[in-house]
Design a binder for this molecule. Structure first.
Ligand SMILES: [Zn+2]
Ligand SMILES: [Zn+2]
Length: 72
């Protein structure tokens, strides 16, 4: 009955980099939703028409929540 110490942290360096869940690349900055979804600037730009309807908020395709630009 031993607890497994967080093994998913092992292969990740503790650098503040985020994996874009759209193109699977790693970026220093991604737009992030509170549910954990992340999308890079490039993909956000490409999917802008589908993710944002007003240029002020973008809708997370994972949970459907609205996130604001310039929120972080
Ligand atoms: Zn991307
Ligand atoms: Zn979300």
């Amino acid at each position: 009955m031993t607890e497994q110490p967080d093994r998913k942290n092992r292969r990740r360096r503790r650098v503040k980099e985020i994996d874009c869940q759209c193109c699977r690349k790693t970026f220093r900055f991604c737009w992030q939703c509170r549910c954990g979804f992340a999308i890079c600037q490039e993909c956000m730009y490409e999917n802008f028409w589908g993710l944002s309807c007003n240029g002020i908020t973008w809708v997370c395709p994972e949970c459907g929540d609205q996130n604001g630009y310039g929120n972080q």
